[in-house]
Design a protein around this ligand. Structure first.
Ligand code: SPD
Length: 282
């Protein structure tokens, strides 16, 4: 009998993959964790029955959550990643030789352990001396860092799961205000910001919330077939940095080994379909 694994979003959208075998099934203190080997998307990770990443399209997500920011910010020596337990985001950050220190704060140690074991094709350089991994609640961590006036970061990347349960606070004003205090004045924050089709209300609310904390908050778009509707957004927020003025040389260097990112994609990703412009106006 054929085995399928489905993400059912909102009781209204279902995206299923035919599964060859289950590689891991567990429950951490925060969530259910699954890794399955699928027929079409290679190995894939799901948390709470929602798809998080797959071998087939992880590069779309991880290259695009990282490189628009890391090619646009003037300084990229210190980078903070909240979430991102599969390691794809820090892998892309560490491709930039200008990066001297990356701190990753992930809620769930089980996710990191399981991905290390079952997603080796992600080739995450976990032992890179520039990388520090901490486990804990990113919301509390950032607030403490802001209150303690820790050394500011040049770039903060929010690679969280969907805005429900423990991740909800990663998409709210108090969190963005803490993040701003942890950034240099020329700093950049990037967050995954859901689908403008499948989660239009969440998407618009998050972008508008970012705009109350930063002078500029621009969504950009990436096809990610694994996620509801396949059209996904990230948002780039900063007081002083324009993502269209990126460093061509830095981008060209990344482009040579990228599966999805290139300079044309970087420019095109910030174009807003008319329905998005309307969503953000209302
Ligand atoms: N619905 C999926 C939301 C995306 C969450 N982040 C995925 C983690 C990939 N590193």
């Amino acid at each position: 009998m054929a085995l399928w694994f489905d993400e059912i979003y909102n009781g209204k959208i279902r995206f299923g993959l035919r599964v060859k075998r289950s590689l891991f099934q567990g429950k951490s203190e925060f969530q259910s964790v699954d890794v399955v080997e699928t027929e079409e998307f290679g190995r894939a990770l799901a948390l709470e029955d929602a798809w998080m990443t797959s071998e087939r399209d992880e590069a779309h997500y991880h290259e695009m959550i990282v490189h628009p920011a890391l090619t646009s910010a003037k300084r990229i020596e210190r980078v903070l990643v909240i979430g991102g337990g599969d390691g794809g985001t820090v892998r892309e950050v560490l491709r930039h030789p200008e990066v001297k220190h990356v701190n990753m704060v992930e809620l769930d140690k089980m996710v990191v352990d399981v991905c290390k074991e079952h997603l080796p094709s992600f080739k995450v350089p976990w032992n890179d001396p520039r990388l520090n991994v901490e486990f804990g609640d990113g919301i509390a961590w950032l607030k403490n860092y802001a209150d303690g006036k820790g050394t500011p970061y040049d770039v903060i990347i929010i690679d969280g799961s969907d805005p429900v349960g423990p991740a909800e606070g990663l998409y709210a004003s108090p969190f963005y205000e803490s993040a701003k205090k942890c950034l240099t004045p020329e700093g950049v924050l990037v967050s995954q910001t859901e689908s403008p089709i499948a989660m239009a209300e969440d998407f618009a609310r998050i972008v508008k919330t970012l705009r109350t904390s930063f002078k500029r908050a621009e969504p950009y778009f990436v096809p990610i077939p694994l996620y509801p509707s396949g059209m996904w957004s990230f948002s780039f927020a900063s007081d002083h940095v324009d993502p269209r003025n990126f460093d061509e040389a830095r981008a060209a260097r990344i482009e040579t080994d990228a599966r999805y990112y290139n300079r044309d994609i970087h420019r095109a990703a910030f174009a807003q379909p008319s329905f998005v412009q309307k969503l953000l106006r209302s």
